[in-house]
Design a protein around this ligand. Structure first.
Ligand code: NAD
Length: 260
């Protein structure tokens, strides 16, 4: 039960982040949503979550590539709720290309959104967590935080980086009632992955279904994707008393991907 706590989930207008936000709301936590998207759809999401679970849900459209907007979001959340008790660094983007073709501006954007934003949110969240003597930071890394794939230089670098940041955060907060862990999912069927399925289908002349099975089965022995709800459940577990001594870990939820 997380009632009275406030969870801020970056990139929670879609996919994994949205499922994590729903999972925390279901536990009674107030939620700060963040991410891009259609304003009316976001307003509907906000109202649906608040009404279904009887919690306060606010939205902040801060761009995770802009440190000034991140600072303003964190200050606003703290002013409203006293602290961000649970911080989930989830916002992320992807771009695939060989290194020599990889646009430098895509490198900069991926490092900013998938890695640096988590530094900025953590930097601003820690003082209030320390004041309250309780905090949970969950960084959404990836199987690509532990192993690599070709054509994902910026993503793999950012995800390995966030696993390192997770360890430092855990060490610096070990005696403050705060834990920090990274969740490392395998494939999850979200818009981020759909683009890669579509590209594979186009490249190899496959149907959408064939491309999906091929993409997932190449990496995951289960040949079944992880669901956003499973990641939401994992994030909630990391905020439960059973997980109080789990900190600084990179935890896989990948259908055996990194067991190979
Ligand atoms: P998604 O595209 O469905 O959602 C991404 C979210 O981030 C959206 O809400 C989007 O609006 C938001 N976002 C993007 N750029 C932003 C910015 N500059 N500022 C604020 N918000 C921004 O993707 P997803 O698959 O749900 O990915 C979420 C996280 O999970 C990412 O960090 C991703 O790397 C990670 N992940 C995904 C998979 C997968 O297979 N889908 C696997 C492992 C890890």
């Amino acid at each position: 039960d997380l009632s009275g706590k406030t969870a801020l989930v970056t990139g929670s207008t879609s996919g994994i982040g949205e499922a994590i936000a729903w999972a925390f709301a279901a536990q009674g936590a107030n939620v700060v949503l963040n991410g891009f998207g259609d304003a009316a759809a976001i307003a509907r999401l906000k109202t649906a979550m608040a009404e279904k679970h009887g919690v306060t849900v606010v939205y902040d459209g801060a761009d995770m590539s802009k440190p000034g907007e991140i600072e303003a979001m964190m200050k606003k959340a703290e002013a409203e709720f006293g602290a961000v008790d649970i911080l989930v660094n989830n916002a992320g983007i992807q771009h695939t290309a060989d290194i020599e073709d990889f646009p430098p501006e895509r490198w900069d954007a991926i490092i900013a959104i998938n890695l640096s934003s988590a530094f900025h949110t953590t930097h601003h969240a820690l003082p209030a967590m320390k004041r309250r003597g309780w905090g949970r930071i969950v960084n959404i890394a990836s199987a690509h935080g532990l192993v690599a794939s070709a054509q994902k230089v910026a993503y793999v670098a950012a995800k390995h980086g966030i696993v390192g940041m997770t360890k430092v955060t855990a060490l610096e907060t070990a005696r403050d009632g705060i834990t920090c862990n990274a969740i490392c999912p395998g494939w999850v069927l979200t818009p981020l992955v759909q683009k890669q399925i579509d590209a594979l289908a186009e490249r190899e002349g496959l149907s959408g279904d064939e491309a999906r099975v091929k993409l997932i089965g190449e990496k995951m022995p289960t040949a079944e994707a992880v669901t956003p709800e499973q990641i939401g459940g994992f994030a909630v577990f990391l905020c439960s008393p059973a997980a109080d001594r789990i900190t600084g870990s990179a935890l896989s939820i990948d259908g055996g991907w990194t067991a190979q």
